[in-house]
Design a protein around this ligand. Structure first.
Ligand SMILES: CC(C)(COP(=O)(O)OP(=O)(O)OC[C@H]1O[C@@H](n2cnc3c(N)ncnc32)[C@H](O)[C@@H]1OP(=O)(O)O)[C@@H](O)C(=O)NCCC(=O)NCCS
Length: 183
């Protein structure tokens, strides 16, 4: 997957008067853009396929929770589409008075994996966070999630903390942080 992409293309105004860029990343027919309300059911299916209830419990996002992130939370959900199919997504959460954005969750559906899509979603999420004035991006991932750890470590993230019993099944996590603008 090539590295050329264009953003932002248009800006949309949120309820609280802020502007959120609607991101369009055009490559091989692939678009990364803000989620739409009509996407939440499909996102919940994708989430269910990619995060087991046994491991993540109620952290597995329902359509209602995706809708909450879209309409009420101080967050941005981006989806990667090819045609009408959603191949992956990322949610970034912002906090008032904090310059640290949090990558809350990210997944790429199995058939689309291994082609650089997560790397692209992460890059776009970072550009978005930097555009919102954030200096850092943080995220947590399971200590046995080698794919995510490799992605983080190859993308300039530093392992900061070990989080014991972080997940519903008592699985442990690592917290990663990246200073934005640094590769
Ligand atoms: C983790 C995940 C998002 C990676 O998606 P992807 O689109 O396949 O990843 P990419 O193709 O962009 O790969 C980017 C980098 O991640 C690492 N990576 C990806 N898949 C990997 C694997 N199976 N084994 C080891 N490293 C892997 C590599 O460093 C890769 O870079 P490289 O190809 O230059 O070596 C995907 O496996 C997934 O959705 N997993 C289930 C949900 C999940 O764990 N989400 C993260 C929660 S924090």
């Amino acid at each position: 997957m090539g590295s050329d992409f264009v953003l932002p293309v248009i800006q949309i105004k949120t309820r609280d008067g802020n502007f959120i860029p609607t991101l369009c990343v055009l490559h091989d027919g692939l678009i990364i853009q803000n989620v739409d309300e009509g996407d939440v059911e499909e996102l919940a299916c994708l989430e269910k396929r990619n995060f087991s209830f046994q491991q993540y419990g109620s952290d597995v996002l329902s359509a209602k929770k995706f809708l909450y992130f879209l309409t009420r939370a101080n967050a941005v959900t981006l989806v990667a589409r090819s045609g009408s199919a959603i191949l992956g997504y990322v949610i970034i959460i912002f906090r008032k008075n904090s310059n640290i954005a949090r990558l809350y969750t990210m997944a790429v559906d199995r058939p689309a994996r291994g082609k650089g899509l997560a790397k692209k979603l992460l890059q776009v999420a970072e550009k978005l966070a930097a555009g919102f004035g954030c200096a850092y991006m943080s995220l947590e991932t399971r200590i046995d999630n080698k794919a995510m750890q490799n992605l983080c470590e190859n993308s300039g993230y530093q392992k900061k903390n070990f989080l014991k019993n972080y997940y519903a099944d008592h699985g442990d996590a690592y917290k990663y942080v990246k200073r934005l603008g640094v590769q």
